[in-house]
Design a protein around this ligand. Sequence first.
Ligand SMILES: CC(=O)CC(=O)SCCNC(=O)CCNC(=O)[C@H](O)C(C)(C)COP(=O)(O)OP(=O)(O)OC[C@H]1O[C@@H](n2cnc3c(N)ncnc32)[C@H](O)[C@@H]1OP(=O)(O)O
Ligand SMILES: NC(=O)C1=CN([C@@H]2O[C@H](COP(=O)(O)OP(=O)(O)OC[C@H]3O[C@@H](n4cnc5c(N)ncnc54)[C@H](OP(=O)(O)O)[C@@H]3O)[C@@H](O)[C@H]2O)C=CC1
Length: 292
Amino acid sequence: MAAIKTVGVIGSGQMGNGIAHVAALAGFNVVLYDVSADRLKSAMATINGNLTRQVAKKTITEDAHKKALTRITSSDSLDGLAACDLVIETAVEKEEIKRKIFHDLCAVLKPEAIIASNTSSISITRLAATTDRPEKFIGIHFMNPVPVMELAELIRGIATDDATFDAAREFVTAMGKQIAVSEDFPAFIVNRILLPMINEAIYTLYEGVGNVEAIDAAMKLGAHHPMGPLELADFIGLDTCLSIMQVLHEGLADSKYRPCPLLVKYVEAGWLGRKSQRGFYDYRGDKPVPTR
Ligand SMILES: CC(=O)CC(=O)SCCNC(=O)CCNC(=O)[C@H](O)C(C)(C)COP(=O)(O)OP(=O)(O)OC[C@H]1O[C@@H](n2cnc3c(N)ncnc32)[C@H](O)[C@@H]1OP(=O)(O)O
Ligand SMILES: NC(=O)C1=CN([C@@H]2O[C@H](COP(=O)(O)OP(=O)(O)OC[C@H]3O[C@@H](n4cnc5c(N)ncnc54)[C@H](OP(=O)(O)O)[C@@H]3O)[C@@H](O)[C@H]2O)C=CC1
């Protein structure tokens, strides 16, 4: 298989901009695509801001910052991804949206290109089956924030061939990440363990066992988690948390994965966490204020 030089990233949200940032720093050419030109603009500003912070902290040089930026181009059309050797899909955690993206992407992509999904939970085998190249399809699941977290999970679908797995492993290693290989079961390893914990924290709030501050303080100070579970849920995005719990609940058919009704209510309200300025905390003022 030819070496990966140009990487496409679909979706320029928090994961998409993080993957583009780290891939460009690692020397890959990156084409960042999103349906919204405004989103692309703000993603480029976020990447520049995060690179600037790394320069200030002396983790990268100013030259590396400048070079990384020149390696990233943005495109508001999928046609912009035609020359990519690898495309990583990182749009919202909704299967029907991902299926449509893969359908449209296959029409423009060269036949030898690899397609990866950064999905948090959805079956790689099922997503691969919507493409014209299931043997060249793989799950590469980065963690948030991508520039900071050390891990990426690699998930093979039933048809993923060895050459694709090896190329993905090489790519992730070049990005400076460690790998955990997961079988293709709902939510893989990290989210199979992490999301039920977050969902349980929301039940703890729903049942009045503790308020937002008490629950987060308990897990930060009592279990040394870097963020409390409700703060982390806001950071991930409550829509994404709910989608992952729904995939676990449906995919494993076990009531222990039932999404907490309070999580459903927050998502229905459009209170999605940090990205919408309100979730278990309200981020519109100087300091986050608990909403319960
Ligand atoms: C849902 C899924 O599918 C899977 C997932 O990703 S689940 C989520 C996994 N992620 C986590 O669990 C994150 C848990 N939280 C943490 O580890 C930490 O709170 C954190 C690393 C995010 C921030 O740490 P902190 O100490 O509170 O903040 P801060 O001191 O400002 O930042 C620590 C470092 O991260 C960097 N950083 C923080 N946020 C960043 C961002 N969004 N982008 C780039 N760099 C960032 C900072 O520059 C800083 O770098 P140095 O160590 O070089 O100084
Ligand atoms: N948040 C997290 O902690 C993690 C998330 N993930 C996974 O990564 C993916 C993205 O998550 P995240 O970055 O948090 O989500 P965000 O909501 O931050 O970003 C999603 C982006 O995708 C865009 N988008 C929506 N529809 C399309 C489309 N049809 N084509 C292209 N772009 C589209 C959105 O645009 P608009 O807003 O205009 O709709 C938005 O810019 C999900 O699959 C998620 O499960 C994986 C690891 C960690």
